[in-house]
Design a protein around this ligand. Sequence first.
Ligand code: IYR
Length: 219
Amino acid sequence: MTTPQFVPYRDRHEPAEPPERAAAAFCSVMQRRRSVRMFSDRPVSRATIEWCVRAAHSAPSGANKQPWRFVCVQDPAVKARIRAGAEAEEREFYGRRANAEWLRDLEPLGTDEHKEFLTTAPWLVVVFQLTHTDGGGQVYYLKESVGLACGLFLAAAHHAGLATLTHTPSPMAFLGEILARPAHERPFLLIPVGHPADDCVVPAFACERRPLDEVMVVV
Ligand code: IYR
């Protein structure tokens, strides 16, 4: 039996302005995030990526098991292998796997099997979910935990002025093979990170959000 230990919550984040103004300011930053598929090859320092991973790693997780690994790829040869693997899966997806409704839903995004951004972006952050801890212990609420960490990563990168994409070539098993990850690590999300290309465009449709009263219910 472990006796719980508590420490005072002293290092609280207390913004200079009241909560409503602070929330509105953060919202206006987050509303300018876009999923970007046109990256510049402009470098991004390793330290920047480390800060974003630290922010992601602050996420809550079931029983604080922190069931994630962020494999951060900058090696051009590894990026090229990842691109080849992803494009092979995407050729299958667009050519065979996706049904008609799915393909129709993707039309406004203008996506296809070509994934040039996987070699242009200076970093590919491949997020793995751990089906067990490194010591073989149980993990809890795995998808929720890793999803939260990924969300914080996107917010941290955006806050730093960087663009990201949540890319999910499916199936993603090739990522574990290329990156030689152990069996208890399952690929979860592939996040290219970098500066947007100077001539970057984003789908107009992706900027639209349903009105608040459709997504929020107050009782
Ligand atoms: N993984 C494919 C297809 C794709 C699927 C969804 I759902 C998207 O929101 C975007 C793309 C691709 O990346 O092209």
